[in-house]
Write a protein that binds this ligand. Structure first.
Ligand code: SF4
Ligand code: SF4
Length: 664
């Protein structure tokens, strides 16, 4: 790194004053923003410290979430700006230290350091050029392109150019301290022929000052801008959720609470508020949202930015008077309730976000306010909750018929076979929906073929509570969960199998919040294991191509992508197909999650119809589309019917394909 010769030292006092001004402005604003954050409710985010450190290395420094399909190219450009920024920050500290106090950071004169700074300066400049071209000519539709972004990019570009110029000119002027490694790339670009004679010393002088003044202007501007993520990504990644993605936060001591959900901006946790500061406005979440893609008023990016904007708008008044009036976030804009009810909680936004923002928790917190404080859930959702309350299932089928499907099969209940190893938690769909009862029968056949010891709860089982919780009725969820947990305890249940990903997710990830911890397997995980242990003999049932549809609560929420595929691959005659590019992490929701199964879908295109379009567009030649979720099955069946392709491609559950090929 080129160092000032010390001739600047008389200017050190000016530089010191400017540094105090620049960083003073930074810290003054940062302190205010920090105090705004503290308006949020407390939330413990210091569990799993080693995982948090790993995330800093992998997600923050390694930029893993930025470098994902289909964003590799633009992700790489942004990653170079980020990495370059980090490296050049070290160089800047060295420049300031030398300019103000006349000393260098250890190692700042080494060849490695000189090369690193130079290479990154060039890479950052190239990446900025790409970013500018993209913003001006090819801006992705969901990306916010504002003046603010250009100012930030412009300042970084000035930093890089002045760095290269003062390094090159310094080299030409012989302005290097003894022992310093010449800046290699800057030297290549700016040989003495560019700034002959004495002019190189003048250029060096002014470029050096312009560089440092730009650094300080950048520091002063940054916290005023909407690009706070440059600073807040580091803590946002560190404090990200380490509990399972599929687990919503518990409202504890609910009986004694007077308000529920996000009634004011202060009801969001400090971490939820930090998410708002951290949004880069890249639009990736919106790109992947099935609700937005099908014309609903929901835009996950806007959900996050509205929280930020409300905090910035109301924060100052709340600091003065904690009881100052604040608007309920669920009504921050007039369309907000419609936005919130459109969410399927599919987690495509959470998966896509490069800076680990958690959208669903905010949406559900606002739904909790609408449902529990205002009684403003959509009427169909309200009906589903009343059905759960009265009948133990959202369809409203009589509670005492819940185990009827199993009677003709002679499946024992736990009351009849208390020594069973596994509880098969059937779930509402497979208990009361005729189509899904066939899936439950298929699982029974598989378990029996493999001699698995299991029993069901029959009429003692009630809804796991997932729809109620995601509609925002935490109270009803807790009642359902406590009832099931009490029944599990009564029979000493330790291992649970669920054929429904929503039951699986809730029992595995959310029941522990109420003290119910079990070994929980989705049925396809167990079948994969049984196949591996050669406990199932499988024959062929002819050749066919089967496309696999990833259920959100199996895939993105619980990262179970491979086991269902392994089961399909183990079936002779079946050729598995992928619904590319909308598969695995980028799988497209069926439209039924988040309680949407029981809500009408009147705005835009139906999500499940779009899914069938994607299936057909993938041209897989599949005659079946297989999934591992009862809600997906219902939605896919409706979708193929509505599109008139039910003869061409038939929705099935993977369990049915296995059961149909059993030979033992
Ligand atoms: S969870 Fe799914 S539906 Fe809801 S905002 Fe995110 S991407 Fe959209
Ligand atoms: S929430 Fe995340 S993915 Fe969405 S715009 Fe903000 S940074 Fe991008």
């Amino acid at each position: 790194m080129t160092a000032p010769t010390g001739a600047f030292f008389p200017g050190g006092a000016i530089l010191l004053a400017l540094t105090i001004l620049g960083f003073g402005a930074f810290f003054w604003r940062a302190w205010r923003l920090y105090r705004f954050l503290r308006l949020g409710r407390p939330e413990a985010r210091l569990d799993h410290p080693w995982l948090r450190l790993r995330d800093e290395l992998v997600i923050y420094l390694g930029q893993r979430k930025l470098l994902k399909r289909p964003y590799y190219a633009r992700g790489l450009a942004h990653a170079f700006i980020f990495w370059g920024f980090l490296v050049i920050t070290i160089g800047t500290v060295d420049l300031l230290a030398n300019g103000i106090a006349g000393f260098h950071l250890p190692g700042a004169g080494s060849a490695v350091f000189a090369w690193t700074i130079d290479i990154f300066a060039v890479l950052v400049l190239g990446s900025i050029a790409i970013a500018l071209i993209r913003r001006i000519f090819f801006a992705p539709p969901r990306m916010h392109v504002a003046l603010d972004g250009y100012v930030i990019l412009g300042l970084i570009a000035i930093l890089m150019i002045t760095l290269l110029v003062f390094e090159g000119a310094g080299l030409a002027a012989g302005n290097l301290e003894k022992g310093y490694t010449p800046p290699p790339l800057a030297g290549l670009f700016l040989r003495s022929s560019v700034f002959p004679g004495e002019s190189s010393a003048v250029v060096f002088y002014w470029a050096w000052w312009l560089h440092l003044v730009t650094v300080l202007a950048f520091a002063a501007y940054l916290p005023q801008s909407k690009h706070l993520h440059i600073v807040t990504t580091l803590p946002n990644v560190f404090f990200r959720k380490q509990t399972p993605r599929g687990a919503l936060g518990l409202i504890d001591d609910i009986e004694n609470k007077e308000t529920f959900g996000a009634a004011t901006i202060r009801d969001f946790s400090w971490k939820q508020l930090l998410d708002g500061y951290t949004c880069t406005e890249c639009g990736r979440c919106s790109d992947n949202c099935p609700a937005l893609a099908t014309g609903k008023p929901l835009d996950p990016q806007k959900i996050v930015l509205d929280v930020r904007d409300q905090l910035l708008a109301e924060g100052r008044a709340l600091l003065k008077d904690p009881k100052a009036a604040t608007k309920p976030p669920a009504h921050w804009v007039e369309s907000k309730p419609e936005e919130l009810w459109a969410c399927t909680t599919c987690a495509a936004c959470v998966e896509a976000c490069p800076v680990t923002i958690e959208h669903i928790d905010k949406i559900v917190d606002m739904r909790r306010h609408l449902t529990l404080m205002e009684g403003a859930a959509p009427p169909e959702a309200q009906r589903a909750m009343t059905n759960i309350e009265r009948s133990g299932n959202p369809w409203g089928e009589p509670r005492d018929t819940r185990g009827d499907w199993a009677k003709e099969l002679g499946v024992p209940t736990f009351a009849e076979n208390p020594d069973a190893e596994y509880l098969y938690f059937v779930g509402c769909a497979a208990s009361v929906d005729r189509r899904n009862q066939r899936v439950a029968r298929a699982l029974v056949a598989i378990l029996r073929a493999a001699n698995v010891s299991f029993a069901i709860l029959g009429t003692e089982e009630t809804c796991n509570g997932d729809p109620a919780r995601r509609i925002g009725n935490e109270y009803l969820w807790q009642l359902q969960a406590q009832q099931n947990i009490a029944t599990f305890s009564k029979y000493g249940v330790k291992k649970v199998i669920a054929s429904c990903p929503h039951c699986f997710n809730t029992i595995a990830n959310e029941y522990p919040q109420l003290g119910g911890s079990y070994e929980v397997l989705h049925a396809l995980q167990l079948v994969d294991r049984l196949l591996g242990e050669r406990k199932l003999r499988i024959g062929s049932d002819g050749q066919e191509i089967v496309a696999y549809h990833d259920p959100c609560y199996l895939g993105r929420h619980n990262r179970i992508y491979d086991q269902p595929r392994a089961v399909l691959d183990a079936l002779p005659g079946i050729q598995r197909a992928e619904i590319a590019p909308h598969h695995r992490e980028r799988g497209f929701c069926c439209g039924a999650g988040g309680g949407r199964m029981w809500m009408e879908e009147k705005v835009g295109e139906r999500v499940n119809h779009r899914r069938i379009d994607q299936l057909l567009a993938a041209k897989t030649g599949a005659t079946k589309v297989a999934s591992g979720c009862p809600f997906c099955l219902i939605m896919l069946e409706e979708g193929v019917g509505a599109k008139g392709v039910q003869e061409q491609v038939r929705p099935v559950d993977v369990l049915e394909l296995v059961a149909g090929r059993l030979q033992n």
